[in-house]
Design a protein around this ligand. Structure first.
Ligand code: FES
Length: 275
């Protein structure tokens, strides 16, 4: 999904994370070398790297949090992974703030516990970076997909279900539009049989179907490849086992409307027969 904290569709978070990672790793290296060589210049450099790393970590966290809140699909494995990623990064930030506090200044030699905590902070960064890599390279968070003819995924927020979602001619064959309405994420896609609306939520692990590929009337999830028929919601190929939700659409004039799902009415219970 395209990042919302981006410059010309280049996500800002990955641009900034290089700074805290590089600065904190260098702080650790400077301090270890400074302690081994009893070199005050090295441990001063380590102290300044620690401080600069903390400042840049806060700056990097802001666009990351925006993307987690606005781009990562709700109720998905990536949402949980992003929360762990952010939690580990916050822990690393608190740890390096404490490390700077313990060292107390550029003129002070870091003690063994400080070096140990720095090593722990670097390990935390490694684990968190691994999760960040999974979010980008597998979950494709921040990736700006294009369609044939250089078309883009369209996104639209609607105040309510009575607002039109698009014009009849707005989508090319195979193109999708993600509509956010009343807390639900509904995709409108055009296939050779016309326009159809379906839930963005893949029933496997919550992948965003609007970010996948629509070929004929089958949409493929970008995360693990499950395929669904957008006319019926039926699973065409797993690993998903449950069908996706389908929405009815209505055309008035040239405008297309999505109809909200009807609440499920449970069948009335049959009265018990007298013994
Ligand atoms: S989330 Fe796994 S196939 Fe969609």
């Amino acid at each position: 999904m395209r990042s919302t904290a981006a410059i010309k569709s280049h996500p800002i978070h990955p641009m900034l994370v290089a700074f805290p990672i590089g600065l904190w790793v260098m702080a650790f290296i400077f301090n270890v070398l400074g302690a081994m060589q009893n070199n005050s210049g090295l441990w001063a450099a380590g102290f300044y790297c620690t401080i600069a790393g903390c400042v840049s970590a806060v700056l990097a966290a802001l666009p990351g949090a925006i993307d987690w809140l606005t781009v990562v699909p709700p109720n998905s494995s990536a949402k949980n992974r992003g929360a762990i990623h952010g939690g580990l990064n916050s822990l690393a930030l608190l740890l390096f703030i404490y490390i700077a506090y313990r060292q107390g200044g550029a003129a002070n030699e870091p003690d063994n516990l400080t070096l140990l905590l720095m090593g722990l902070g670097v390990v935390l960064l490694g684990i968190s970076g691994w999760l960040g890599g999974t979010l980008v390279y597998r979950n494709q968070i921040g990736v700006d997909h294009r369609y044939a003819g250089a078309g883009k995924l369209k996104e639209r927020s609607l105040d309510n279900w009575n607002r039109p979602v698009c014009n009849q001619s707005e989508l090319a064959d195979g193109q999708m539009l993600l509509a956010k309405v009343d807390g639900e994420r509904v995709v409108v896609g055009r296939c050779p049989e016309g326009l159809f609306a379906f839930s963005d939520h893949c029933t496997h692990r919550g992948g965003p179907l609007s970010d996948g590929a629509l070929v004929d009337c089958t949409v493929q999830c970008p995360w693990h490849g499950s395929q669904f028929d957008i006319r019926t919601g039926r699973v065409v190929a797993g690993p998903a086992e449950e069908k996706i939700e389908i929405y009815a659409i209505e055309t008035r004039g040239n405008e297309v409307y999505i109809k909200p799902k009807q609440p499920k009415v449970s069948a009335p219970k049959e009265p018990k027969k007298a013994a």
